[in-house]
Design a protein around this ligand. Structure first.
Ligand SMILES: [Zn+2]
Length: 162
């Protein structure tokens, strides 16, 4: 992850830390490992990716250093819209592929969720699946997850909505 993005998340209080022991020397020394927030593109542990950086994607809105959490949430929602069009997002609970179309049947409507517990993550979930999500995420720890690289989408066009 880009150092400035990690720093920004830390300032917003969204980074979690775990201690891991180093066994290099005779004395065991605790090393603190930083776990940035994640984006879930589906229900499985290997569906987590690192959050995108607005500046790298040439996002047409605010630059990262001007953003508050609300601005980042907005940016991430745009990012999700593009990911949805690419067919890359599945429900974080049931795993069905989500669509971004007008007049979706009620069973297919979804919502964006921001979880801020031991695990800090953004995800999309069907309205009907929301009530199962808390149970599904119970016990999910950021240090158990190995996030994949962030898929790269072009946001400069989506923000202007041509
Ligand atoms: Zn679902």
């Amino acid at each position: 992850m880009e150092p400035d993005l990690l720093e920004w998340f830390a300032t917003e209080g969204l980074v979690r830390y775990s201690a891991s022991a180093s066994e290099n020397s005779d004395e065991s020394e605790a090393i603190e490992v930083a776990h940035p927030p994640l984006v879930a593109l589906g229900p499985r542990d290997d569906d987590f990716v690192l959050p995108p950086h607005p500046d790298t994607l040439r996002y047409a809105g605010k630059r990262l250093h001007e953003m508050r959490l609300q601005d980042y949430n907005e940016f991430l929602f745009r990012w999700f819209e593009v990911a949805l069009r690419a067919g890359d997002v599945r429900c974080a609970n049931c795993g069905r592929v989500l669509r971004d179309e007008p007049d979706l049947p009620p069973t297919d409507t979804w919502d964006a969720i921001f979880v801020e517990k031991d695990l800090v993550a953004w995800m999309l979930v069907h309205f009907d699946c929301k009530r199962w999500l808390a149970k599904k995420l119970t016990g999910v720890q950021p240090f158990d997850l190995t996030p994949r690289k962030t898929p790269c989408y072009s946001l400069s066009t989506s923000a202007t909505r041509h």
